[in-house]
Design a protein. Sequence first.
Lengths: 328, 336
Amino acid sequence: MSTHERTITIRDAINEALFEEMERDDQVFLMGEDIGVAGGVFKVTSGLLERYGPNRVIDTPIAEAGIVGLAVGAAMTGMHPVVEIMFCDFTTLASDQIINQAAKLRYMTGGQCAVPLVIRTTMGAGRRTAAQHSQSLHAWFAHIPGIKVVLPSTPADAKGLLKSAIRDNNPVIFFEDKMMYNQKGPVPKGEYTIPIGEAHVYRSGMDATVICTSSMLYPSLEAADRLKEEGIHIEIIDLRTIKPLDERTLIKSAQKTGHVLVVDEGYQSFGVTAEIAARITEGAFDYLDEPVRRLGAADVPVPFAPALEDMTIPSADQIYSVIKTMVS
Amino acid sequence: MGSKESVLPPAAELTDDKLLEMYYAMVRGRRLDERMWVLHRQGKVAFHISGIGHEATQVGAAFTIRQGHDWVYPYYRDIAMVLALGMTPRMLMLGLFGKKEAVSSGGRQMPEHFSYRPSKLVTISSPVGTQIAQAPGTAFASKIKGSDEVTVVCFGEGTTSQGDFHEGLNWASIHKLPVIFLCQNNQYAISEPINVEMAVGHVSDRAKGYNMAGVSVDGNDVLATYDAMREAMARARHGEGPTLVEAITYRPVPHSSDDDDRTYRSREEVEAWKKKDPILNFEKLLYKRGVLDDAKKAEIEAKVMAEVNDATDYAINAPYPAAEEALYPVYGPLPG
Ligand SMILES: Cc1ncc(C[n+]2csc(CCOP(=O)(O)OP(=O)(O)O)c2C)c(N)n1
Ligand SMILES: [Mg+2]
C-alpha cells in the first residue's frame, strides 16, 4: 500500500464521497428514511445532517414513490438529489417514478430536460431477512434505457464511482451490498473518481475468466485462490457497472482464456448472467472452448432459515467446482 | 349470517373472567417477547422485532375480532394480538428460529411475519403499507359474498405516509367496505418522530379526507381500545362502512434488534412512557376492582412463564428445514 492510500470500510468510503460531493456542489442534497438524525439504518450517512443541516439532509416520510418523485422534480431544475432507498426490494414502490419518469424524461422532451438523480440502495442476501429485504434487483433497472446501474465491490471503487454518479447528468442507481459495508480496502487519499462503465480486471490469469458483480467478487477470489494452488490461473473481472456495460474488456478476456463463468447475485433467469453470456457469445464465439457458464441466485424468493438462504446464493464452493469442470 | 356475537358488551360490562383473560393475553405477549430479545442477545436467533408496549392496543382489538371468522392483516409488532387470536407461543418461537415446523412458513418467512390460515391471519409484508391496499379487497370479497366477515388491518403511524394507505382508505370509503384500519401510533417510525412523518396532529384526522369515521384512543388502555374497536366492528359488521382507529401508544424498546434508539431519543422520554406501561395500567385497575390480587397475579405469571419456557425449549430442539426445501413452493401444482 502506497503512502497515498489508507484502509477504510465501504461504509466510510461512501460516507466520504457524500461529504466531498456535498462540499463541492451545493446543489447536491440527500433524502431518505432515517438518513438524518440516525445517520441511516446502515449508518452510511452519519455526520452529514450535523454538517449540512436539514435543508440538505432530509429525513423523509415513509413514501418511496413520493421520495423519488420529489427527487425527479428537483433534479429537473438542475439540483442533484441523492436518494437512499433502504432496500432495493422497496424500489418497487417507486418504480413508476424510476422507470417511466426519471429514465425517460430526457428522451421524451427531446433532450430539453435532464434528471441528474442518484438512487443509493442496498442489495444482497445473507442477512437473514428473507424474501422482501434480500433481493438483488439491479438487472431490472439495467433493462430500462435511460438509467445507469452501478454496483461496486471495493471501498475505492465505491467512493470513486459514487462521486462519478453524483456528477453524472443522468439517473444512476447505485447498488450497495448490505453485507459488504464493513469490507475494508485501500482507498487513495485526496480527490479521485472512477468512470462509470469500466470493468476492472481484478486479477489476471490465462486458464479461465470469472466475471462477477458486487459481493460475488469475494467468493470468486476465494475459489480462484484454491484453484491457484492446483495450478489453475483464473482471470477475475469485476463489472462495477452493468449499464453501460464494458463489453470490450469482457470479450478480450474471453478471447484470451476461452472459458467463462459469470457470477451474479440477481436471480439467474433473465438476469445479468444471461446478458453477459449472450454478449460474449456474440463477441468471442470462435474463441470459446465451451458455452459460457452462469451462476446466479436460485429462482426462488430468498428464504429466511440460514441453511435455506445459503443454498440460494452462489458460493465459493460452487464457483470452484464449476471452474474445475470447465478447465479439466 | 348469525351476528349475535358481534354485539359485544361494552368494556364496563365485561365479566371478571373476561378481564382476566385479557390480562393473561397481555402478559403472555410481553413475556414471550422479552424471551425473544434474550435469545437474540444470546446470539441464538438472527433477528427480532418487538411488540412490547403495544399489548393493550393489540389485546383490546383482538377481543373484538371473531377468531377464524374475521380476516386479520397483522403487522410485525402484533405478537400479543396473534397469540390472542389462536397462535401459540410454540408457533411464534419456531418462527423466530426459522424451524421446519413453523406454521407461518416452515422457515421461509422472517420472524414476526405471522400467517396462520385457521385464524385467517394474512402474512406480514416487509414493505410497509402494501396491505392497507389489500385489506379493502378482502373486505370487498366478503361484501360480495354476503358474509358478515370484517377485515382488520394493522400498521404503524409512519406507514400512513405511503400511497397505499391513501388508496386503500379511499376505496374502502367509496364502497363502504367492512374494514377497520387499526393504526398503532407509537410516535416513531424507526428514528423519525411523528412531526417529521406528517403535518396533522392525529392520524385519525386523515379519515376526514375520505369521509370515513376516524377515532383516536389511548392505546395503553386496553379497555378504551376495546371499546373503540367494538364500535368500529359494529359499524363494519352492519354495512355502515370502514373506520380508521388510531391507538396512541409508545415503543419503549428499539425498533428492532438492529436498532439503537439512543441515537434519536432521550432516556428521560422513554422512562416517562414506561410509567404509562399498558400492563401496569391494567393491573392497577384490576387490583382496584378486586379482580386481581397478588396470588392470582403470581399464578398467571407462573402459567405464562411455563408456556414461554416450553416454547423456547421446544423451538431450540426442533429441526431446521433441509436446504432443498428452499426450492418450493414457488408455484402451485397445475390445475386438474
Ligand atoms: C416500503 C418500506 N419502506 C421502508 C421500510 C423500512 N421500515 C421498516 S419499519 C419502518 C418504520 C415503520 O414505522 P411505523 O409505520 O410507525 O411502524 P412502527 O415500526 O413504528 O410500529 C420502516 C421505515 C419498509 N419496511 N418498507
Ligand atoms: Mg411507529
